[in-house]
Design a protein around this ligand. Structure first.
Ligand SMILES: Nc1ncnc2c1ncn2[C@@H]1O[C@H](COP(=O)(O)OP(=O)(O)OP(=O)(O)O)[C@@H](O)[C@H]1O
Length: 412
């Protein structure tokens, strides 16, 4: 179902590979955890599966296809088989729960009748049938993640990729989300989940692939989180500014004055958080960049860290470019405008109406499903060939002739 053959991934401008000669295979119906310290390469694996990045060496096979051989035009069809869930939910803020889930089906041209049937079904499955008309901001974090999961599975993908899906949730809520993912897996969907949550991995006792600096150090059928996957950052990071230095000095003094006080710092989360607190007050961007709390951002803007152009079609399927002059101050309006445009396209407007929208600036990206902005320009060739729905992985209508060749298409 997914196979990495000797895959090495080196990002442009870096010397150390993010993934180094990685080999693994995921069989149909498996539930796999990818674990490892921050920066060990978990998100890179997911990006390679989604064909947001391409391997520097080796091959990635997904659903029988060597992903390197899938053309940009066919990526949307390919991605229809892959549901994706992120730490930060990424819902359309001004659409109801029902509409958020329905949107996925509308853009691939499902009939109204189908939508009316499928959406309540999936909302029931995730336990939100009584909240269909709520807006995302009226939901708890756990409920929002359920909506995101409903959206990811409503089209019955063969694989569900989850990048830290419980990263923003408390333990009890996380447990509920994990039960839901287990249920989805029990219904036949292969699940690959990147996580830092040791308790979850330990409890589930599923297959665990552990990465250390881009290398697989463990592939265990019924594994726990392990010890090397612990985030190793224990020392204070590079100070930023006078205040950070002052705060640190104060902390040192306090420690001298109360040498017997037991530390409340736990090895994993707070080891990262504790030294960051002073820095973060000065430099929230640094916080976002350096803590383990933003893998989804990393996924949505894969080229941002290097500051260089992505080395492949790294635009996520859900991101479309914004026309900055009509986006106004409210990105949600733009999102809705695009959704409406797309819905019109689904309603019979010829496809060229979507494809022939005026060229838009290459430097700005706009979230389509309530997502953060992608930071880099889209590859030109992707721009030329992909419509909105294609970029979503959801293009409606019949495949074009050339699409048939490769037989990459929606789940039949
Ligand atoms: N677009 C990029 N450009 C340059 N380097 C990158 C890029 N994306 C990731 N990296 C680097 O590749 C390595 C692996 O990153 P990756 O995001 O895959 O790790 P991760 O295990 O998912 O981390 P986290 O748990 O913090 O999300 C890191 O050293 C990271 O800095």
């Amino acid at each position: 179902m997914i196979r990495f053959d000797n895959v090495t991934k080196k990002y442009a401008g870096t010397t150390k590979p993010a993934l180094n000669a990685v080999d693994f295979e995921v069989k149909r119906g498996e539930f796999i955890f990818l674990v490892g310290a921050s920066g060990s390469g978990k998100s890179s694996c997911l990006r390679l599966v989604l064909k947001e990045e391409k391997p520097s060496e080796g091959t990635v096979h997904v659903l029988g296809h060597n992903v390197s051989s899938i053309s940009n035009r066919k990526i949307p069809y390919f991605r229809r088989n892959l549901g994706v869930v992120f730490q930060d939910f990424r819902l359309l803020p001004n659409k109801t729960v029902f509409e958020n889930v329905a949107f996925t089906l509308q853009v691939i041209g499902k009939s109204r009748g189908f939508v009316q049937e499928a959406v309540p079904d999936v909302l029931k499955m995730v336990g939100l049938d009584n909240k269909a008309q709520r807006m995302p901001h009226e939901l708890s974090g756990g409920e929002q993640q359920r909506v995101a999961i409903a959206r990811a599975i409503v089209n019955k993908p063969q694989v569900l990729l989850a990048d830290e899906p419980t990263g923003n949730l408390d333990p009890a809520t996380s447990a509920g989300i994990m039960q839901l993912l287990e249920r989805i897996n029990a219904n036949g969907t292969t699940v690959v989940m990147a996580t830092h949550e040791a308790a979850i991995v330990d409890k589930m006792q599923r297959r665990v692939i552990e990465l250390v600096e881009g290398t697989i150090v463990r592939d265990e059928t019924h594994g726990g989180y392990g010890t090397t996957a612990v985030i190793p950052e224990l020392g204070p990071r590079k100070e930023r500014g006078v205040d950070a230095e002052k705060a640190k000095r104060a902390a040192r003094e306090a420690a001298r004055e109360a040498p017997t006080t037991q530390s409340v710092v736990t090895p994993r989360r707070s080891a990262v958080v504790a030294p960051v607190e002073t820095d973060a007050a000065e430099d929230p961007a640094a916080m976002a960049d350096e803590t383990s709390t933003a893998p989804a951002e990393a996924l949505s803007a894969p080229s941002s860290r290097s500051g260089e152009a992505p080395d492949t079609d790294s635009t996520p399927p859900w991101v479309v470019r914004a026309a900055d002059d009509d986006a106004g101050d409210d990105p949600a309006n733009e999102t809705d405008r695009r959704a409406a445009t797309d819905a019109a396209a689904q309603a019979g407007e010829p496809e060229r109406a979507v494809d022939e929208r005026p060229a838009q600036p290459l430097t700005q990206s706009q979230p389509i499903i309530g997502l953060p902005l992608a930071s880099g320009p889209l590859p030109e060739d992707t721009q030329e060939h992909l419509s909105l729905a294609e970029r979503l992985g959801l293009r409606a209508g019949k495949p074009r002739d050339e699409d048939k060749e490769q037989n990459v298409g929606p789940t039949q």
